[in-house]
Design a protein around this ligand. Structure first.
Ligand SMILES: NC(=O)c1ccc[n+]([C@@H]2O[C@H](COP(=O)([O-])OP(=O)(O)OC[C@H]3O[C@@H](n4cnc5c(N)ncnc54)[C@H](OP(=O)(O)O)[C@@H]3O)[C@@H](O)[C@H]2O)c1
Length: 259
């Protein structure tokens, strides 16, 4: 297997299509629910846009389902009703288990790039961990050979391990992004400059990677500075949801706080 077809043209499909194209891995076909999106991505990379899933049937390579988790089962069913017989197929989700594929399909797997990917924003895959899962050594080998052409960090993991990494990834990326976005907005609302916080954000990541330990956390919660926390909560009086989050996180850092 040294070629791919893609189902979907969103954040992951767009980045994978560009990465495969860049690595010289042939893209056979691209299908998307909105036909124009597939045409557009084929123009940007390679491959042929197809209007029916059954057109993927004769492909020799791997079919990669890159649609939101809530749509994967629906797309798998569409593959079945479109007549795909025991395809070489995977999805790209950290959260969705392997059993989303029918048991009689023997060559199924997961190809999960553990990184935040956005359509239109190129990401070099070289340092992205790609977590692979499947039901057989043969499929793991096929997925590994493909993944290694994009990244130096490919690992075969169980369904459960991948789901745990995904849970952690949501906390590390989505929650941190959300919290920083809220913090920046809160500063901007008062006509202040969020860029003042950028060196702190960089140092926080550096500390997490290189220095993580018991004595690294700083701030009012770990010090037990309840007066500072109450002052912050007063500043957030007009934003009850953010105030509740602030209070909850402070208690998570220091459960002994009297708030
Ligand atoms: N984004 C990330 O950072 C990231 C990283 C690693 C793994 N993942 C996983 O990769 C998968 C795709 O994520 P994504 O961020 O690429 O999602 P996304 O951008 O929201 O995916 C959009 C694509 O899915 C298609 N689609 C949406 N609903 C559909 C449905 N009901 N039936 C058929 N096609 C449908 C859209 O079709 P049209 O627009 O053409 O209509 C579009 O091509 C998910 O399982 C996600 O967990 C995401």
């Amino acid at each position: 297997m040294n070629s791919v077809s893609l189902i979907g043209t969103g954040n992951v499909a767009w980045n994978l299509a560009h990465a495969f194209h860049h690595a010289g891995i042939p893209i056979n076909k691209i299908w998307s629910r909105t036909a124009d999106h597939a045409v557009q991505l084929c123009q940007e990379t390679s491959g042929m846009a197809v209007s029916h899933i059954h057109d993927l049937q004769e492909d020799p390579g791997l079919i990669m389902i890159c649609v939101p988790d809530h749509a994967i089962a629906e797309v798998v069913q569409l593959c079945q009703t479109s007549g795909l017989k025991n395809p070489l197929i995977c999805h790209t989700s950290g959260a969705t288990p392997l059993d989303v594929f029918p048991a009689e399909w023997t060559m199924t797997g997961v190809f999960y790039p553990l990184q935040t990917l956005t359509k239109g924003h190129h990401r070099d895959f070289q340092d992205i961990p790609i977590l692979l899962s499947s039901r057989s050594d043969e499929m793991n080998d096929k997925l590994s050979r493909l993944a290694r052409q994009l990244s130096e960090k490919t690992t075969v993991v169980t369904d459960e391990a991948r789901q745990r990494y995904h849970l952690a990834a949501v906390m590390v990326n989505n929650f941190v992004y959300h919290l920083c976005d809220q913090a920046f907005t809160q500063v901007e609302t008062h006509r202040l400059d969020p860029r003042v916080l950028f060196p702190l954000l960089k140092e926080t990541v550096e500390k997490l990677i290189h220095l993580r330990g018991d004595r690294v956390q700083t701030g009012p919660a770990i010090r037990g500075d309840v007066n500072s926390i109450h002052a912050h909560l007063r500043l957030l009086a007009g934003e009850p949801a953010l105030a509740a989050l602030y209070r909850q996180l402070s208690l998570s850092i220091n459960p002994g706080l009297d708030l």
